[in-house]
Design a protein around this ligand. Sequence first.
Ligand SMILES: [Zn+2]
Length: 252
Amino acid sequence: MICFRPAITVAAAGLLALAALPVAAKDKGAHWGYKGAHGPDNWAKLHPKNKLCATGKRQSPFKIAGANQSPDKAGQMRYTATGGMVVNNGHTIQVNLEKGSVLMVDGKAYRLAQFHFHTPSEHHLFGKGFPMEMHLVHVSEDGKLAVVGVMVRAGGNGKHPIDSLPTPAKAGGKAALPGGKLNPESLLPAHRSHFRFEGSLTTPPCSEGVAWHMMITPVRVTTATIKRFQAVMGRNNRPLQAGNSRKISHRR
Ligand SMILES: [Zn+2]
């Protein structure tokens, strides 16, 4: 949805990602996807702006085998219930949220703008992939990005908020949030310990400098929920990228 726009910055990429452009797959020039000629192996060839998809050294996702740095201060999620809109943007099911929730990273505030899903998971944790992965995308005042990643697995009792999220079937489709509001706090696992590392957007233009926070504990939804997301999104996970001895710290 953002590949062929000129002079895109990390900031702009983040904001455009929030814009929930409809019918992205059919927009002129915006032909990146997950298969064949427009698939992940060819993203860099689709536009010079996607160069980092091929040449970056801090790309996401990758295999997270554990921490290799001393433990450090955790990212602080100051989340609150806000309104929002569920959209199918042609690449994922995404929930665009109104202002109100903030992630504090080393004293810097990143506003939670949207969260979205990948099936199956993009990262691997301790050698394992999961059926689904959720990304909560935060943007700072100066356009820097911070993402909180949460693995999603089956075995839930149907009461996780993801179980009630609508999944508009067609690109460009929209739906209201159940109850009109959602507190993103309710999406997270009870255990907040996470790995922190530097990575990239997992979609074109694969911009780096993204502050990643990968939750160690997965959340559980029902098998039917996972199947419902799979049916609408298809396979939308970027393959694993080189870790390149990434510095990873564990935060409690
Ligand atoms: Zn994502």
